[in-house]
Design a protein around this ligand. Structure first.
Ligand code: NAP
Length: 471
């Protein structure tokens, strides 16, 4: 599209996670006269790279160096600690930007819909992940693992593998990582000996990737337990994964695990398939998790060839004190923005927001990442996804904003008294965390509370020392 002579194309990107950064990068590469504000409700950028990727997977986090480069472009501003809908309304966005790209991810968790799901001790894995990664919304989450000997993890995706690994590792193995201090303290007192991971379908249908699965078998001090017969795969399953190298490799790795002699190590990970939780049972108080009732499943071949888990009626109860439901993330609606409740995404066509599924386009509104396509794929998947969205944006006739000056947005936020955190200020937080890390012999020591993050954002470097919580 042709931009008016009055100034560059102004774009607001909502969400500073991978998809927001890839959309920004694509815009920068595609045209010269562009001016982008990346807004995030947190004072810290990087979304799930900071608050989702496991602390013992630092290599994956190094992708932030690319995002640093994007953010250092003079055409880009980071406006952290700004919540769209509260600090900046949708009307205000329309008044001051030609286009808005919603890239705020899928922050909620899917539900199991079984009795006992919300007993004390039954949590979504997404909460556990956010907590051990020091997300400011979860610093006060009260978790104790002191009396937990058996944990059940529901689901066999990569998040399930992450939480299983964190529960199974020793604190010594995690101590050098950037895991939140509060999580390290709780894990240090953990009584967990058994982690039971439940796949509702068979091993061939598991969603985890091979590298992540293999890592479970490499944990010192941990045995992998697989029931005899659990890897007998139906011919229909084998046919369905014919072209799926990951699923095939997963089966090989699982077979290798199952052939290992039992070593009676300190902790055990039980990988169970064709089993669904049908109820989480309470202890005598009626409030805390005491066990999980499982139903054994069989696989049913649907008309379209897909394989579904069907209960056999055969039940079994596993005593357990902790349940982590790891059955996927779910997108959240942003008031005033169309939302497809069924799929948990903003309805769209190749990234162009639609008024409803199959409906008219909303001029100037776009979507990228998990809130566009659902919570699937690895970090890099978001790059092609964002490029597709940006191509549409640049093709379209966009509405003309009333006042496209960047200062107009600053004025609104200043008037509302919002402590906007710039990228330079985020860099101060970053340096403070790294400095604390050097002192503690760790990758970094994360600053976890919102107040401490905001304080670190405005603190001079020569004042940098441990975050308040460690002083
Ligand atoms: P996921 O890959 O979609 O896995 C969800 C799991 O939950 C599946 O095993 C699914 O089984 C199961 N499930 C869903 N509903 C269930 C129910 N009612 N009862 C029992 N099980 C149920 O989701 P995720 O693990 O949250 O991961 C999200 C995305 O992030 C994935 O693309 C993942 O690869 C990525 N990720 C990557 C890494 C990494 O690279 N290291 C780490 C974390 C996450 P069905 O297949 O039967 O539906």
């Amino acid at each position: 599209m042709e931009q008016s002579a009055s100034g560059p194309l102004r774009v607001a990107v909502i969400g500073a996670g991978p998809s927001g950064f890839y959309a920004t990068e694509s815009l920068l590469k595609s045209r010269e006269d562009v001016s982008i504000d990346i807004l995030d409700r947190l004072p810290t950028p990087f979304g799930l790279v900071r608050y989702g990727v496991a602390p013992d997977h630092q290599k994956l986090k190094s992708v932030t160096k690319l995002y640093d480069r994007t953010a250092s472009d003079p055409r880009v501003r980071f406006l952290g600690n700004v919540e769209v809908g509260r600090d900046l309304t949708l009307e205000e966005l329309s008044r001051h930007y030609h286009a808005v790209v919603f890239a705020y991810g899928a922050p909620n968790d899917r539900r199991l819909g079984i009795p006992g799901e919300y007993l004390e001790g039954s949590h979504s894995a997404t909460t556990f992940v956010a907590w051990y990664n020091g997300h400011p919304d979860y610093t006060d989450w009260d978790l104790s693992l002191d009396d937990v000997t058996t944990a059940v993890v529901v689901g066999v995706g990569n998040v399930a593998v992450d939480v299983t690994r964190i529960l199974a590792k020793t604190v010594e193995e995690l101590a050098e990582s950037d895991i939140a201090d509060h999580a390290l303290a709780v894990l240090a007192r953990s009584g967990v000996r058994d982690v039971v991971v439940l796949g509702r379908r068979g091993p061939a249908e598991a969603k985890f990737t091979t590298k992540e699965l293999r890592e479970l078998g490499e944990l010192p001090g941990v045995d992998i337990v697989i029931e005899p017969g659990a890897l007998d795969v139906l011919p229909e399953s084998l046919a369905a994964i014919e072209g799926d190298q990951i699923a095939k490799k997963n089966l090989e790795v699982l077979r290798e695990f199952s052939e290992r002699p039992a070593e009676s190590r300190a902790r055990r990970i039980h990988l169970r398939f064709l089993a669904s939780p049908v109820e989480i049972v309470a202890d005598a108080s009626g409030e805390r998790v005491a066990g999980v009732v499982l139903e054994r499943n069989r696989l049913d071949v649907r008309a379209d060839g897909s394989l579904a888990a069907v209960g056999t009626g055969e039940l079994e109860t596993i005593p357990a004190q902790l349940v982590l439901r790891s059955v996927g993330y779910r997108g959240a609606a942003l008031t005033g923005v169309p939302f497809d409740e069924r799929h948990g995404v903003i309805p769209n066509e190749a990234g162009r927001v639609l008024e409803e599924v199959g409906g008219e386009r909303v001029p100037g509104w776009y979507v990228a990442g998990w809130i566009k396509r659902g919570p699937t794929g690895l970090i890099g998947t978001n790059k092609a996804d964002a490029i597709e969205t940006v191509a549409c944006l640049l093709e379209d006739d966009l509405p003309t904003p009333i006042d496209a000056r960047p200062e107009a947005v600053d004025e609104i936020l200043a008037e509302k008294g919002i402590d906007v955190v710039s990228y330079d200020q985020w860099s101060r937080i970053d340096r403070a965390e790294l400095a604390a890390g050097v002192e503690a012999g760790r990758v970094r020591v994360k600053i976890v509370s919102l107040a401490d993050l905001l304080a670190a954002a405005v603190r001079d470097d020569d004042e940098v020392k441990f975050p308040r919580s460690r002083e």
